[in-house]
Design a protein around this ligand. Structure first.
Ligand code: AMP
Ligand code: ZN
Ligand code: FE
Ligand code: FE
Length: 296
């Protein structure tokens, strides 16, 4: 059984539609797929329909942009009720921050002699509900300024780049509680992908998040080297956290992130689903079902 719990469609910054993503999971031999677009549930209905017709088991999720101790942290939220007011309101705030950042980013680019219009970005951003730097990167590629997204981040859009602009993100501890109140379950995405995250998310920090309701940590991710994975897995075992692995697939938007390049063990998925069922029961909310072949 192959389980991939972190993927993106073109409703955020992936390049495949939700249905294409689910069909690719089928052809690539993925049995259980989570769609976790950045800050939006826009892709859920289309992915659900594709899951029902292909037999791929689908977990509907979100990768929420958060902050903790001044650092940006990504939080994977699985199976929350998307109509829960505090969750919907906070996601709206994050998405508004994404939209508001675009003109500021383009002004910075103009400042270093690179002319890109809002229309250039909208033209490549397609159906996205979560405007982001990858779309600006795609516009730079289309205009021939850079060769690929990576080069755009390296030269202009990365945190040290001349066109970097801060945007609003949700408070991490509060969001963990909000997702639980919405009947969902949370996992820290690639917690040690950068040195900054590593500082804030040490064992004490992660234990604190666990007390706030955090269920697990994503250990097997391309941005974690083998020694980082070993240390993080040991930490997860000490704290008895769920351990996941996933591709963070973005279609053609990220190289070396093919579906299933990292996977989650079935017993760890079972633990997550048990915790999600308990959160759903405690919240009394109508949370999304796990759809498709391996339905439980
Ligand atoms: P944003 O959502 O606008 O803050 O942009 C961050 C997103 O850009 C991340 O979630 C990744 O999906 C993507 N990203 C970050 N660095 C790179 C890179 N070097 N190449 C391609 N995509 C990247
Ligand atoms: Zn992304
Ligand atoms: Fe992420
Ligand atoms: Fe991601």
């Amino acid at each position: 059984m192959r389980i991939d719990l972190h993927t993106h469609s073109d409703r955020s910054d992936g390049t495949e539609s939700p249905a294409e993503l689910v069909r690719r999971a089928r052809t690539d031999g993925i049995d259980v797929l989570a769609l976790t677009d950045h800050d939006t549930t826009e892709g859920w209905p289309e992915a659900a329909e594709a899951a029902e017709s292909t037999g791929v088991t689908l977990l509907r999720g979100i990768e929420v942009s958060c902050t903790f101790a001044g650092f940006g942290v990504h939080l994977l939220a699985y199976l929350p009720d998307p109509t829960y007011g505090p969750l919907a309101d906070e996601l709206r705030r994050v998405l508004d921050g994404r939209t508001a950042r675009l003109p500021a980013t383009l002004a910075r680019l103009r400042g270093v002699g690179v002319e890109v219009g809002v229309d250039d970005v909208r033209a490549v951003a397609g159906d996205t509900a979560a405007m982001g730097r990858p779309h600006v990167a795609d516009a730079l590629v289309a205009l021939g300024v850079v060769g690929d997204r990576n080069e755009a981040f390296d030269r202009y859009l990365g945190p040290q780049g001349p066109a970097y602009v801060h945007r609003y993100a949700a408070d991490l501890e509060t969001m963990i509680g909000t997702v639980a109140d919405a009947g969902g379950v949370t996992v820290l995405a690639h917690p040690w992908a950068s040195r900054h995250n590593h500082q804030a998310l040490d064992e004490r920090g992660i234990a604190r998040l666990q007390r706030a309701g955090l269920a697990g940590v994503e250990v097997d991710h391309e941005d974690h080297s083998p020694p980082v994975r070993r240390r993080l897995r040991a930490l997860a075992e000490r704290l008895d956290l769920v351990v996941t692995g996933s591709s963070d697939h973005h279609g053609a938007g990220k190289v070396d992130h093919d579906l299933g390049c990292n996977t989650t063990a079935p017993d760890q998925l079972d633990r997550l689903l048990d915790l999600a069922a308990a959160a759903a029961a405690a919240s009394g909310r109508a949370t999304p079902r796990v759809l498709g072949g391996c339905r439980r």
